[in-house]
Design a protein around this ligand. Structure first.
Ligand code: IMP
Ligand code: MG
Length: 184
């Protein structure tokens, strides 16, 4: 599958190391509370969340939210829309919201607004990747894995037309694979 990439931006080993660092940082910050609630924005955040929570050394309560996929290929087509919501109560809990990538900021902004109505004790944001200079709304992530250039990437949760989420590294697809008509 790696043959489908024109460049690898972040290797499997770099991801592993960085997630261990983030896990330690988060453990240190939240140890005082004895536990942490993690909310993953699925599907993209699944691999990152699965690895990150196992690098955290305090009990984690885990839940997921589903936001409509608003891209048909590599361009956003509309604003994000919530299509499935939380089961866990987050009132008075310390919460970290996780997404695969912080790009325009619209997804985080939308979900944060919603979560705040449920009165968490604190709310921080974690993104595996961040594209600087792409922000359309003011959002800052508290934990970021890697800064990447403004290129459309796939792998480790990030998809092109729902493909390649299972790649172990993160990279840019070869141009000829960016619009196969048979991919629905
Ligand atoms: P934002 O709402 O623009 O910040 O973008 C967040 C969402 O856009 C992520 O959850 C991804 O699903 C998607 N996205 C943004 N950039 C990329 C990319 O380079 N590859 C794949 N998905 C992306
Ligand atoms: Mg996506």
């Amino acid at each position: 599958m790696e043959d489908d990439l024109q460049t690898i931006l972040v290797s499997e080993e770099q991801i592993r190391q960085r997630i261990n660092e983030l896990g330690k940082e988060i453990t240190t910050a939240y140890k005082q509370y004895g536990e942490l609630t993690v909310i993953a924005i699925i599907n993209g955040a699944i691999p990152f969340t699965a690895d990150l929570i196992r690098a955290i050394d305090i009990p984690v309560r885990l839940d997921c939210m589903r936001v409509s996929s608003y891209r048909d290929d590599t361009k956003p087509v509309s604003d994000p829309e919530l299509i499935d919501t939380l089961r866990l109560d987050i009132e008075d809990r310390h919460v970290i919201l996780i997404d695969d990538i912080l790009d325009t900021g619209k997804t985080f902004a939308h979900v944060v607004k919603l979560l705040k109505t449920r009165k968490p004790a604190s709310l921080r944001l974690a993104a595996l990747l961040e594209k600087k200079g792409r922000r359309k709304v003011a959002v800052k992530a508290d934990y970021v894995g890697f800064q990447i250039p403004d290129e459309f990437v796939v792998g480790y949760g990030l998809d092109f037309a729902e493909r390649y989420r299972n790649l172990r590294c993160i990279g840019v697809l070869k141009a000829e694979l960016q619009n196969p008509p048979e991919w629905r």
